[in-house]
Design a protein around this ligand. Structure first.
Ligand SMILES: CC(=O)N[C@H](C=O)[C@@H](O)[C@H](O)[C@H](O)COP(=O)(O)O
Length: 231
């Protein structure tokens, strides 16, 4: 039995500050650990978290498996861009490490397969490949990924026109790769989560719609403002 089996049919909650706002007041490991404790109390089967400090704090606060990632740098590939980032977040307490597995150049010039190999040599963590297309998912599994996630659909040139959330990619991956598929990215309500499971998702990851007061408030405030379509 792998830790992935424990997540089948479950809701994973991503507990992270907003990446595009360095002054998000939620950017604090203690705060993220309390958010994680709340979502686990509410029924989350796993928590996704960014960076060794948050992963360590959350690891101490909850008993569920952690999906760790390490956002770093300003290059296109910024979700766990190197093997060193992957190892660091695994050693902080992530049972599963999420790594960008898109076909874009990586900042260290190595391949996704190199990163998977290094992580395996140094830790017991599993690898969740964050992809934006079916082809990237197939390549990631060939390179050794234990699971794939639709996290980066809508964030790459190749997926700019994809639906949001990308249920078609969930269905294509579920039919096209022999590993668990995580539906992630822009899931906002229970109806969308249900559709992801119906499309073949192993688990569904929800972030901002559950864990970011900043994102939620900005969204509501901008909907209240008079403007085209809002009158
Ligand atoms: C593209 C990127 O950087 N995604 C990140 C991945 O960890 C997070 O910023 C997202 O919040 C997460 O994927 C969950 O998605 P949403 O918050 O839409 O439910």
């Amino acid at each position: 039995m792998s830790v992935l089996d424990d997540l089948a049919g479950g809701l994973v909650v991503s507990c992270q500050p907003l990446p595009d706002d360095p002054d998000d007041p939620m950017r604090d490991p203690y705060v993220q650990a309390r958010v994680a404790a709340a979502v686990v109390r509410g029924g989350a089967v796993a928590v996704r978290a960014n960076g060794p400090a948050d992963v360590r704090a959350i690891r101490a606060a909850v008993d569920v498996p952690l999906i760790g990632l390490y956002k770093h740098g300003a290059a296109d590939v910024f979700i766990t861009p190197t093997a060193e980032h992957a190892v660091e977040v695994a050693l902080a307490g992530a049972a599963i490490v999420a790594v960008d597995a898109t076909d874009r150049p990586r900042p260290d010039g190595r391949t996704f397969a190199d990163t998977v190999r290094a992580l395996r040599e140094q830790t017991g963590a599993l690898v969740l490949a964050d992809v934006s297309t079916l082809a990237e998912g197939v390549a990631a599994v060939e390179a050794g990924a234990d699971a794939v996630a639709t996290t980066l659909s809508g964030y790459t040139a190749a997926s700019a026109d994809a639906e949001r959330p990308d249920l078609a990619l969930v269905a294509a991956l579920a039919a096209g790769v022999p590993v668990p598929v995580f539906a992630e990215g822009r899931y906002r309500d229970g109806e969308q989560v249900g559709r992801a499971f119906a499309a073949g998702a192993h688990a569904v990851v929800v972030g901002n719609a559950l864990t970011s007061p900043l994102w939620l408030t900005r969204r509501l405030v901008s909907a209240l403002r008079p403007g085209p379509g809002n009158r």
